[in-house]
Ligand binder design. Structure first.
Ligand SMILES: Nc1ncnc2c1ncn2[C@@H]1O[C@H](COP(=O)(O)OP(=O)(O)O)[C@@H](O)[C@H]1O
Ligand SMILES: [Mg+2]
Length: 587
């Protein structure tokens, strides 16, 4: 599955307007009741709006021209009552739809976020956090705006327009048709330019995402930026992103506003036609003044909504472009599915086995070529080799952060894909090369994904740590378990972070514990402490250690060399040293 959200060319509308509308409507299925009530309010409003001009024309012809002012008063009263009712119904409709828009944004943000949480690592490798944030924040907002403001106005305008159009034709077919001809031009124009407008808006949303990604990257890397005094570099990149955004925004703005003058022009033409043709008809005696006033009013009632529809159409196109970007995320699936038991593979006794495994990162070269090895329960294995050789990649496959392109990985004799994510997480502990911590306390971070001890008091929990011989590691934190970790671990050294990750993994007593250079940033004394803790683990625990220092791999039962995507068994430490002496260098 292609997880790169931006690999689709910008603005290539994957869906037509109509299928976009259909999928948008699915979003509001549960809101049917609100929609129906709001719709009734809108229809009432539209009906009152349409009735107005008719009554005015009637008043002019029947009462004003005949000077029956009593009737004028009565009709003025009726009109006032109508306008007040229209105002109230419009208020309720706005209130209902505003709430609906907010509920939609709430639900959408939830479902995007949940979806993102289910996606595999490959998705996060291929997309920038800033762009994802922009999709969750900005694009959903475009949709909410559409639902809270535009949708009902859209319907209301269409109803008023259709009603006015019918009145125009019914009152006088010839004059009506003459009044409606300019609208046909507008429709054709709209049809022609809509894809272009949508494309411009999609480009704009994309560049907003890119700018957000740029900001996020420089905020994440501010230490490097300041240390290397390369503010200019990021300033320049930001400037570029900002400029792109500015340009696409201008493009989108122009596209969005192109309707207004065109609509205005055709609407004026229509008014002019009605006026001149109408006056001509009056002189011929086919038409009354009151009728002409109503008529002009209906022409306005036809063209004004049309002009507003132009603006709403823009909001609609924007919502569609945002929806495209959102549904791109929602349509992704985790390709690391759990499969049923696969009995084509012969089970083995090995705790972990690679069989003819090939692997490459999405869109990249093959990194691991035809790898086969087995690891036995209770033993310690060391993976060594030059930087970039594929150690972390091999370890990631062991924990099923990715699936191999070819070949099988067996965990305890069963295809690793047959384990549910929970089972896998329980069996495998993985201490990443760059541990990730959350803002919170040391205790909260150690107990992340560990429900067993979460309810323990600090004293009880320290006892647990003592039993696991982990307590000594807490000395590095000035307030012990309650030490606050700020901004995702920035307040700690990498070594300290690794210690927390270490405690987190060891406390869960996994059957397979993978340490990816977990001791690289830890002093030798603490490292000895870690060594003791590891030797204190249950005998059945299988350890996979990726390390550079010789003393860490000295105790390994077996060493694997990983270089250029090949994994070679190097036997015990002594045999490995012999190999090393013959020209192979540990990096
Ligand atoms: N997320 C990734 N996407 C694409 N390529 C990657 C990714 N991670 C690592 N690589 C590439 O895979 C190769 C092996 O990397 P890695 O397994 O991290 O090596 P090691 O841990 O031995 O230093 C390198 O060429 C690296 O550039
Ligand atoms: Mg590595």
């Amino acid at each position: 599955m292609n997880y790169n959200l931006n690999s689709l060319p910008a603005g290539e509308s994957r869906s037509s307007t109509w299928s976009g509308v259909k999928s948008l409507l699915k979003l509001v299925e549960q809101e049917r009741k609100t929609l129906i009530i709001a719709l009734c309010a809108v229809l009432l409003n539209a009906f009152l709006n349409l009735l107005g001009p008719f009554l005015i024309g009637h008043t002019i012809d029947k009462y004003i021209l005949t000077k029956q002012y009593h009737g004028v008063l009565v009709f003025s009263g009726i009109l006032l009552a109508m306008y007040v009712t229209a105002f109230v119904s419009s208020y309720f409709q706005t209130k209902l739809m505003g709430g609906l828009g907010q509920r939609i944004i709430f639900e959408l943000r939830n479902s995007i976020f949940n979806k993102i949480q289910q996606l595999p690592l490959a998705f996060f490798n291929e997309n920038k956090a800033g762009d994802l944030i922009s999709r969750v924040n900005n694009d959903t907002d475009k949709l909410s705006q559409f639902f809270s403001q535009a949708l009902m106005q859209f319907i209301s305008n269409i109803v008023i327009m259709t009603g006015a159009g019918i009145f125009l034709v019914v009152i006088n077919p010839e004059l009506g048709l003459a009044a409606l001809v300019p609208a046909a031009f507008i429709l054709i124009f709209t049809k022609v330019v809509s894809p272009w407008i949508k494309k411009k808006n999609a480009l704009n949303l994309k560049s907003t995402g890119a700018m957000s990604a740029e900001i996020q990257e420089s905020l994440n890397n501010f230490k490097v930026i300041i240390a290397f005094n390369r503010r200019d570099y990021f300033r320049q990149r930001f400037h570029q992103a900002n400029q792109d955004n500015y340009k696409t925004a201008i493009g989108a703005g122009l596209a969005n506003n192109i309707f207004l003058p065109v609509f205005g022009f055709f609407s004026s033409i229509a008014q002019l036609t009605v006026l001149s043709f109408g006056v001509y008809l009056i002189t011929k005696g086919y038409f009354t003044i009151g009728l002409l006033v109503s008529y002009l009013s209906y022409a306005t009632n036809f063209y004004n909504p049309l002009r507003q529809l132009a603006a709403l159409w823009t909001s609609f196109q924007l919502a569609l472009a945002g929806w495209d970007r959102i549904s791109q995320i929602l349509s992704l699936n985790n390709n690391l599915v759990t499969i049923g038991y696969d009995d084509t593979v012969n089970p083995t006794n090995a705790v972990l086995e690679f069989r003819n495994v090939h692997f490459g990162y999405p869109g990249g070269y093959e990194i691991l070529h035809n790898i086969s090895f087995a690891m036995e329960q209770g033993k310690t294995y060391a993976l060594v080799g030059p930087t970039g050789g594929g150690k972390t990649t091999t370890a990631s496959l062991m924990a099923r952060l990715y699936d191999p392109l070819e070949g099988t990985i067996l965990l305890k004799g069963k295809d690793i894909r047959t384990y549910s994510p929970e089972e896998r997480a329980e069996k495998i502990g993985f201490i990443l090369q760059e541990p990730f911590l959350f803002t919170g306390t040391v205790r909260e971070n150690i107990l992340y994904s560990n429900a067993l001890y979460r309810k323990f008091s600090n004293e009880q929990f320290i006892k647990v740590l003592q039993e696991a011989k982990l307590e000594g590691l807490l000395n590095t934190f000035d307030k012990g378990l309650d030490t606050e970790i700020l901004s995702g671990g920035d307040s700690l050294s990498i070594g300290q972070k690794q210690l927390i990750a270490f405690m987190r993994a060891v406390l869960r007593k996994p059957e397979l514990l993978i340490l990816d250079e977990a001791t690289a940033n830890i002093d030798t004394i603490t490292e000895q402490l870690l060594g003791q803790i590891l030797s204190n683990l249950p005998k059945e625990t299988t350890l996979v250690v990726i390390a550079h220092r010789l003393n860490t791999i000295e105790n390994a039962d077996e060493i694997f060399f990983i270089n250029s995507g090949e994994v070679t068994r190097a036997g015990s430490f002594k045999e490995a040293v012999d190999r090393l002496m013959h020209g192979k260098r540990l990096s």
